[in-house]
Design a binder for this molecule. Structure first.
Ligand SMILES: [Zn+2]
Length: 191
């Protein structure tokens, strides 16, 4: 069965490639050569790569992410695929040349708040420890024991909180990836 799509040929070979592009295109990591490599294959004719408008493509992918329900699934994709730091050109002597990506920070904050009311409902877990639990899930190296100690929580309690948070976010992320794959394929953005 032929699904009617907006493009003569899909723009991306993988869902991960499409999501990385959508979240990071604006930060200038994608030179046209890298973009062509990621999209892969021979250059399609007509619409598609030939007439590619990066901002427009990024916007279309983001619209599909924004339509995910519940909202946390979209935020999980941001936390997973958006870069944590972006180039900074402020030229201050003390600047490392990188600044935190505001979009990534906001996603972590929103997920941490949902974790409070969902995964950790009925438990009292302070702000700092919640953020550490969420950041660790997304691969940021930070000490659970240090955060637990700062929160006045013992090791076993912190581990129990961590298990609940990991289980909850894993289930949401699995569903988010499944849903966005269906949407991007139906829109002809991913092959
Ligand atoms: Zn700077």
């Amino acid at each position: 069965m032929q699904i009617e799509t907006q493009f003569e040929s899909a723009l991306f070979r993988s869902v991960g490639g499409a999501l990385s592009f959508a979240f990071n295109f604006m930060h200038g990591q994608y030179k046209s050569s890298a973009m062509a490599t990621m999209m892969g294959g021979p250059k399609p004719t007509g619409r598609g790569l030939g007439g590619l408008d990066g901002a427009g493509t990024s916007g279309m992918i983001r619209a599909e992410i924004d339509a995910l329900d519940p909202r946390i699934r979209g935020q999980i994709l941001v936390a997973r695929f958006a870069v944590r730091a972006v180039p900074c050109d402020c030229r201050h002597a003390c600047c490392s040349g990188l600044r935190p990506n505001a979009e990534w920070l906001l996603a972590i904050a929103e997920i941490s708040e949902l974790v409070r009311t969902e995964a950790l409902a009925g438990r009292s877990v302070n702000f700092q420890l919640r953020h550490v639990l969420v950041r660790r899930y997304f691969g940021v190296h930070c000490s659970l024991l240090d955060a637990a100690a700062a929160a006045g929580v013992d090791r076993d309690t912190a581990s129990a909180h961590a298990s609940r948070v990991i289980g909850y976010l894993k289930a949401q992320e699995q569903r988010a990836r499944y849903d966005i794959e269906g949407r991007l394929k139906a829109a002809g953005i991913v092959e």
